[in-house]
Design a protein around this ligand. Structure first.
Ligand code: NDP
Ligand code: 2IT
Length: 446
């Protein structure tokens, strides 16, 4: 690592103590940028790396609410407005007990580069709360969302900052938050994406992240003259991204054999077909049950507290959470012949695992490229809201596919330009960076 990059990284670490996930994300990006700052001194002269690692604004607030027993509960809410050089802040909201500043800073930082890769004009942001939706009643979730939006509304807007879903935030939560925003501001506007179809939502937005991650895998496979047809695939998670990953892999002739949640995984060697996937969607999205019930219903193996990575596969689609593939998992995947990893989740591979994938030259699509389809389709929802019209399913899906092809091309071109052909990590970081950094230079010291 060069002296300059090392100095910037050390500053990030000392200015943001006890935020290991943010340090991890910053280190990966900064390392990739070394040849770029070497070739173009303008970035160092204008302190672009120092600026791009500092959020433009961090908002942290109290979220008080009343539970079903009439007791007062208190959570913490956040919105990180990281970078608005190329558009309004854009990024999801995560509701999970593990949420704290460091997780959201890593996610918002990744979002800056991801959104840049989508080709659409969106800055980067992320937010959420340590609220745990698990085990809460419908009314408790609604009261929490209303209280959360009561504060957040003053910081966001369709031209300022446009939140969406992430872990623990789906259509239900977006609905409650949209209702509260509209009531407080007396405005019907595209302030959130992932809205219901009848009130400003876009077709394909629910499917977009999973579909996009599969489209990205197809693009990577294409470079080696292959397709997903006949490939055995492992998928982790069983939420929004995992579900639509399974749907698209199956449509492309592949076979998904695993799903998981935070307490275990299922292994179904026969494959998760459309009928079984419908069961999963009902189980997770309506009944809000555990994936274990899949194993009971379809008489297959349930592995308590295990992740899916020991199951032999051609392609892996990590779609649950950060750091869910450790070095041992990565070695196991490679030993079993896995040649594609397309990250539906954000930063699911620990740095040592990611380094190994790059070193072994498998087709490794990092999250900020492979899962960009979700936020890209949010961008398409914003366009439709602004135009006050809605595109057909086919139209949105074909735009999503075109964007994933473009994300892939940009990664390939940047990796090639800096002498590391096929290195999608470097390619994604460089291509994402250059557009934002040049916009920052154009806009002066802000
Ligand atoms: P959901 O809340 O719909 O599903 C999350 C899934 O991951 C659940 O199966 C959940 O299990 C599991 N999970 C969550 N936290 C953990 C954990 N700490 N350990 C093990 N399993 C865990 O979220 P999404 O599907 O929307 O998000 C999944 C990933 O994709 C996240 O990394 C998110 O940032 C990323 N992503 C999402 C996008 C979107 O549009 N939704 C866009 C781009 C990326 P359990 O039910 O037990 O908690
Ligand atoms: O990580 C992500 O890109 C998301 N959770 C989606 C963000 C969005 O604004 O749609």
């Amino acid at each position: 690592m060069s002296e300059y990059i090392n100095a910037v990284l050390n500053t990030v670490i000392s200015k943001n103590p006890a935020e290991p996930e943010f340090h991890q994300a910053a280190k990966e990006v900064l390392e990739s940028l070394e040849p770029v700052v070497e070739r173009h001194s303008k970035y160092q002269e204008a302190k672009v790396l120092e600026r791009i690692t500092e959020p433009e604004r961090v908002i942290m607030f109290r979220v008080p609410w009343i539970d079903d027993k009439g007791r007062v509960q208190v959570n913490r809410g956040f919105r990180i407005e990281f970078n608005s050089a190329i558009g309004p802040y854009k990024g999801g909201l995560r509701f999970h007990p593990s949420v704290y500043l460091g997780i959201l800073k890593f996610l918002a930082f990744e979002q800056v580069f991801k959104n840049s890769l989508t080709t659409l004009p969106m800055g980067g942001g992320k937010g959420g709360s340590d609220f745990d939706p698990k085990g809460k009643s419908e009314m408790e979730v609604m009261r929490f969302c209303q209280s959360f939006m009561t504060e957040l509304q003053r910081h966001i807007g369709p031209e300022t900052d446009v939140p969406a879903g992430d872990i623990g935030v789906g259509g239900r939560e977006i609905g409650y938050m949209f209702g509260q925003y509209k009531r407080l501001r007396n405005e019907f506007t595209g302030v959130l994406t992932g809205k219901g179809l009848g009130w400003g939502g876009s077709l394909i937005r629910p499917e977009a992240t999973g579909y996009g991650s599969v489209y990205f895998a197809q693009e990577m496979l294409k470079t080696r003259g292959e397709t997903l047809e006949g490939k055995v695939c492992t998928v982790s998670g069983s939420g929004n991204v995992a579900q639509y990953t399974v749907e698209k892999v199956t449509q492309f002739g592949g076979k998904c054999v695993t799903l998981s949640d935070s307490v275990g995984s299922i292994y179904d060697p026969d494959g998760i077909d459309a009928e079984k996937l419908a069961f999963v969607m009902e189980l997770k999205n309506v009944k809000r049950g555990r994936i274990k019930e899949y194993a009971e219903r379809f008489d297959c193996e349930y592995r308590e507290n295990e992740r899916p990575w020991s199951v032999p596969c051609d392609c892996a689609f990590p779609s649950a959470t950060q750091n869910e593939i450790n070095l041992e998992d990565a070695k196991t995947l490679l030993k079993n012949g896995c040649c594609v990893v397309s990250e539906g989740a954000n930063m699911p591979s620990v740095p040592e695992a990611a380094d190994l994938f790059v070193e072994q030259k498998i087709l490794y699509g990092p999250g900020k490229a492979a899962n960009a389809g979700g936020v890209a389709t949010s961008g398409l929802e914003m366009s439709q809201n602004s135009m006050r019209l809605s595109w057909s399913r086919e139209e949105v899906d074909s735009k999503l596919n075109g964007i994933m092809v473009a994300v892939h091309e940009q990664c390939m071109a940047a990796a090639e330009e800096y002498g590391q052909p096929g290195n999608y990590v470097m390619g994604a970081n460089i291509a994402g960076f250059v557009k934002v950094a040049d916009a920052m230079l154009d806009q002066g010291v802000v």
